[in-house]
Design a protein. Structure first.
Lengths: 310, 239
């Protein structure tokens, strides 16, 4: 009860914020919410199942291009394109998982990194179809759902919040379900879990596909809300960012990805006004985090005062 | 009597070490069967082959007459072979409830809470559901490990040195517990405590250098000169 109330209150507070925040910050928050969905997907793989991936950018980009390409080339409308984006994220995650999950630990990191690089280079190689390193703009006329024009501030915020709320509540449901328990068991002790009758490969593959669906949905919605699809979203930076969000907010906590995304976003936003070396600040805060609160913000809170936090 | 599990010429070598070397073994339905032998005799390797943790090199494993030699470990669990670890291997950062629930839901997703309550009651850990497993005493962690095995409702329960590190009083309770499992469950027990083995087991198999040295009732094993030499410290072994 307490748990659901807290998460619903967060969604309600985010809904109310759009009436209070100035437009600049409302747009930032819409961006943060979509990136938080990406990070929630990363958290399902890394935080709950223990799969440290360095290749999630390719799932995000799969969602973005899975949405953008049919809109650009086939004149699809937004809604079916969102579905192909979501599916593309899950499909690519499944294909990568089938091969990469034969490895574990450091090898898994390297293999996923290689897959993401291969995906990035494929996007550049087929530049005639994908727009290459310039990417392409999603026409405003294609960016409406149920008559709402998502290029306008109000509908954009509500669309971002809708995705976020759906992702948050289904993530909460997932991690409290029997399968969520198995994901955690796999993270904690794979050998023991096998001897309780769980097939580690199958559990990890399902977790990775769900993670990919989250990343794909986030990528598709990001492209639609902000009107641009490009190969830069497949670069290593977009594999590192969700990891940063999750580590900072608290790996294995449901609200951690939102908190981490917001903190990192504003850290970059504020420091980039003063210096070009804003990634230095992000790096320094990560070092501080690892030294003083290795479980992230919510992970530390859970450990010290609120053990009930999922 | 019917064999619930059987091995034929089961073999596993590690380089030059013949850890398990052509073992023909029968586990009779409903009995408590102890596996004994000196350190390095191949006991843990042998039960690891039975449970599927280590792949078989050659030979066969049969479960109720059907071959399971190459079945992966997680699939054997679903066929009714449960293994509890020699080194206590509960999930220390999960609650007692979650530890047992993981076993229970693996077998059947229905009424997990009731299954957990039953398994915990069986080992006497009722009321500790909410505690983190890592905060339990060592003896209680061993009991939790056993509860996880029971929640799988196995046909064959393999216990790898279950009393290691337990206090004398806890061992008495453990004996009662294991006796209460048969004949529904067949128990295969690796154990160093000879007093316990002689008291508890219906059948004893002695392994030495990866091969079966002797097999029989506790009385037969007790009187076996070869066993005394190799293991029990008979007069030949004294010097």
């Amino acid at each position: 009860m307490k748990v659901w109330a807290l998460h619903l209150a967060v969604v309600a507070a985010l809904f109310a914020l759009q009436f209070v925040l100035p437009p600049y910050h409302a747009t930032n928050l819409a961006r943060i919410m979509v990136l938080a969905v990406f990070a929630m997907g990363y958290n399902i793989a890394f935080g709950y199942t223990g799969l440290l991936s360095l290749g999630h950018a390719v799932f995000f980009a799969a969602g973005m291009f899975g949405m953008g390409l049919p809109v650009w080339h086939l004149d699809w409308t937004a809604l079916p394109a969102l579905i192909t984006g979501l599916a593309a994220g899950g499909l690519v995650a499944g294909a990568v998982g089938l091969l990469a999950l034969r490895t574990a630990g450091v090898s898994f990191m390297i293999v996923t990194l290689m897959f993401a690089q291969a995906g990035y280079l494929l996007l550049l190689y087929f530049g005639a179809v994908t727009g290459g390193d310039e990417g392409f703009v999603v026409e405003t006329s294609s960016r409406s759902v149920f008559g709402w024009n998502l290029s306008e501030d109000g509908p954009r915020y509500v669309a971002a919040l809708t995705l976020f709320a759906a992702a948050l509540l289904s993530c909460l449901w997932l991690v409290r379900s029997p399968f969520g328990r198995v994901m955690v068991a796999m993270r904690e002790n794979e050998d023991r879990s096998r001897m309780l009758g769980y097939n580690p490969f199958r559990v990890k593959l399902i977790a990775l596909v769900m993670s990919g669906l989250y990343a794909g949905a986030a990528g598709a919605v990001y492209g639609l809300l902000f009107g641009y699809v490009g190969a830069t979203f497949a670069t290593i930076q977009y594999s590192i960012l969700p990891m940063l969000y999750v580590l900072l907010g608290g790996a294995g906590t449901v609200l951690g990805p939102l908190l981490g995304a917001a903190v990192v976003f504003y850290l970059i936003d504020i420091t980039s006004a003063f210096t070009d070396a804003y990634f230095f600040v992000v790096g320094a805060s990560l070092v501080a985090l690892v030294l003083f609160a290795p479980k992230g913000i919510l992970g530390t809170i859970r450990e010290r005062v609120a053990a009930w936090l999922p | 009597m019917a064999a619930v599990m059987e091995t034929i010429a089961l073999t596993r070598h590690f380089g030059g070490l013949r850890a398990v070397d052509g073992v023909d073994f029968r586990l009779t339905q409903g009995q408590i069967h102890a596996l004994i032998g000196p350190n390095g005799a191949g006991k843990t390797t042998f039960v690891s082959l039975l449970s599927g943790r280590i792949p078989v090199q050659s030979g066969q494993i049969l479960l109720e007459g059907k071959e399971i030699t190459h079945l992966p470990a997680h699939a054997r669990v679903h066929k009714g072979v449960a293994y509890t670890f020699q080194i206590t291997s509960v999930y220390p950062r999960l609650s007692v409830f979650d530890n047992v629930a993981l076993a229970a839901q693996s077998r059947s997703p229905k009424d997990v809470a009731a299954q957990v309550a039953e398994a915990l009651a069986h080992v006497g850990l009722t009321g500790m559901e909410a505690l983190l497993a890592g905060t339990l005493s060592y003896g209680h962690q061993r009991l939790l490990e056993l509860a996880m095995g029971l929640a799988l409702r196995p046909r064959v329960l393999i216990l790898d040195e279950p009393t290691q590190g337990l206090a004398a009083g806890e061992i008495e309770g453990f004996k009662r517990l294991v006796r209460s499992l048969v004949p529904q469950t067949t128990v295969l027990l690796i154990e160093h405590n000879m007093e316990l083995v002689m008291d508890l087991a219906d059948q004893i198999t002695v392994l030495n250098f990866g091969q079966i040295l002797a097999s029989g009732t506790p009385a037969q094993i007790h009187g076996n000169a070869a066993v005394q030499d190799a293991y029990l410290g008979g007069h030949h072994a004294a010097h």
